[in-house]
Design a protein around this ligand. Structure first.
Ligand code: SF4
Ligand code: SF4
Length: 192
């Protein structure tokens, strides 16, 4: 008898939850016309970051690929040369791919990155109708050029070393760098 009373009481509690929910404000978002902001630390699409003069932060070390539990990252590093420099220091990421058919957005790769080259944005619209389009290449992942940045390849800031970059002491490109960057482009004030 006591068991039956307890069971009935539990059922009443359940019905009460259902009943009370009927009067709560419905939160329907008219997506895709309306897009609600994500949580600040939402794990969305990755981004390969740049230093403030436009050089890339990725050094092609592959630590992100080794940290990935889903084997979603493929990296091939290469040597910088004085004629063709993409990042401060010796190496840069020549090939960089993330396979979003595999990625589970856990963020372990960004924790592993020693230079903060890899971070995650809040962008979540990654659906597509072709599987091949969900393998993002380096060009898809690189951060856009902001004011004061020059597209690599170009030399490091004059009289600086890779350590100055790592310490955050390079805050923009030097005017002389623009002329040394044959394929480079410098964003104007209006574009940035
Ligand atoms: S977020 Fe996780 S699953 Fe996705 S690429 Fe990074 S480590 Fe791999
Ligand atoms: S993103 Fe970071 S961890 Fe991955 S290869 Fe580049 S520097 Fe290394």
């Amino acid at each position: 008898m006591a068991d039956e009373a307890k069971s009935f009481s539990q059922q009443l509690q359940g019905f009460w939850v259902t009943f009370a929910t009927m009067f709560k404000k419905v939160n329907t978002v008219q997506y895709p016309e309306v897009k609600e902001p994500t949580a600040e630390r939402f794990h969305g699409r990755h981004q390969l970051n740049r230093y403030d003069d436009g050089l890339e932060k990725c050094i092609g070390c592959e630590l992100c690929a080794w940290a990935c539990p889903a084997d979603a990252i493929y990296v091939e590093g290469a040597d910088n040369t004085e004629e063709e420099r993409f990042s401060p220091g010796e190496r840069f990421g020549q090939v960089y791919q993330i396979n979003y058919l595999r990625c589970v957005f856990c963020g372990l790769c960004i924790e592993a990155c020693p230079t903060r080259a890899l971070t995650m944005t809040n962008e979540y619209e990654l659906a597509d109708n072709q599987r091949s389009k969900l393998i993002f290449e380096k060009e898809d992942l690189l951060a856009p050029l902001r004011q004061g940045m020059i597209a690599p390849p170009h030399p490091m800031y004059p009289d600086s070393s890779h350590l100055n970059y790592y310490k955050g002491e390079i805050t923009g490109s030097h005017p002389s760098q623009a002329s040394q960057a044959p394929q480079g482009e410098q964003l104007s004030q209006e574009q940035s």
